[in-house]
Design a protein around this ligand. Structure first.
Ligand code: NAD
Length: 283
């Protein structure tokens, strides 16, 4: 039976570090605050917002919401972002995407001040991940993957890490972060030949394909650590990941379950970034 890598165990220690940061900032008379900018009422957004708001409350971080109608004009949304950029009481911003089609998402994202980009979506934040620049914040989900590996004591030095997925939100930054930890990294995607063989060669397999059950028992071997980033609603109405858990778990050394693995660590990292953004304003 594989060791389960549990989000709640990672969060228990990660959140202690966040609480320490929050109390240092509060001692200086500042309340770390997350600004949430949401356009419309998409159920996915509302669900993530509820989770993030609750985690903020638990960790002593305040939230301020900016909710705009689905048909908001681009000018008004840009004005809201500029206001939040200027507002010293707001340290970090969560901007829900995708935005409605009539809005230029790229323009909207790049209007956000990278110093407040706690979700790691601006070019400034990505430059930090890819070129080591001290700007913005890394995207929360791949950082969450690294927090899980760190928490359970997996040293990536010299290890072969295979990432399935090359999105800017998860796959590419996860690969860069593993590289920074001295892993030898392979990025796989829809055009990769013999995906199963590539995956079998991994010591650590990070799966962010965005498709339920892409990885089955034929992709893995004993001794591997599998991080499943995917979240899907299965036909049976239960949440599942990109990995066929029932097949893969008996083979590998360790695995993140879905739910209970990566998802809740992502939320903690977001709140951690708000605390860090507030800390940075003090120095
Ligand atoms: P995406 O659709 O933008 O990217 C998926 C990537 O996987 C693409 O680069 C594609 O080339 C690759 N891919 C897709 N199918 C493949 C296949 N069959 N074989 C090989 N490569 C394949 O998705 P994303 O935004 O990167 O998200 C990935 C997954 O992570 C999704 O399931 C998403 O729901 C989940 N996610 C989870 C969290 C979290 O907090 N746990 C956060 C963000 C995203």
């Amino acid at each position: 039976m594989a060791k389960q890598l549990l989000g709640k165990e990672v969060n228990a220690s990660y959140n202690e570090r966040v609480k320490e940061m929050v109390s240092k900032v509060v001692a200086q008379g500042v309340t770390p605050t997350l600004g949430i900018i949401r356009v419309g009422e998409r159920e996915d957004d509302l669900s993530y917002e509820r989770g993030a708001t609750k985690r903020c409350e638990t960790l002593g971080v305040a939230c301020e919401k900016f909710v705009l109608p689905e048909d908001v004009s681009e000018e008004e949304l840009l004005r809201t972002i500029e206001e939040v950029n200027q507002n010293d009481k707001i340290h970090g911003v969560l901007l829900f995407r995708p935005l409605p089609k009539h809005l230029n998402e790229e323009k909207v994202i790049q209007t956000l001040d990278p110093k407040k980009d706690v979700d790691g979506i601006t070019d400034g934040s990505l430059a930090a991940v890819f070129a080591g620049k001290n700007l913005g914040f890394p995207p929360c989900t791949p950082q969450g993957c690294m927090e899980i590996l760190d928490h359970y004591g997996y040293d990536l030095t010299g290890k072969k890490v295979v990432v399935i997925g090359r999105s800017l939100v998860v796959g590419k930054p996860a690969a860069m972060m593993a590289l920074k930890k001295n892993a030898t990294v392979t990025i796989c995607h829809t055009k990769t030949k013999d995906l199963a063989k590539n995956c079998q060669e991994a010591d650590i397999l990070i799966v962010a394909a965005g498709k339920a059950g892409v990885v089955d028992a034929s992709y893995v071997r004993p001794g591997q650590v599998v991080i499943d980033v995917g979240i899907h609603m299965g036909d049976d109405g239960k949440l599942c990941g990109d990995v066929k858990y029932e097949e893969v778990e008996p083979v590998v050394e360790a695995i993140t379950p879905v739910p209970g693995g990566c998802g809740s660590v992502t939320t903690s990292v977001l709140v951690g970034h708000v605390a860090e953004a507030a800390m940075r304003t003090l120095s």
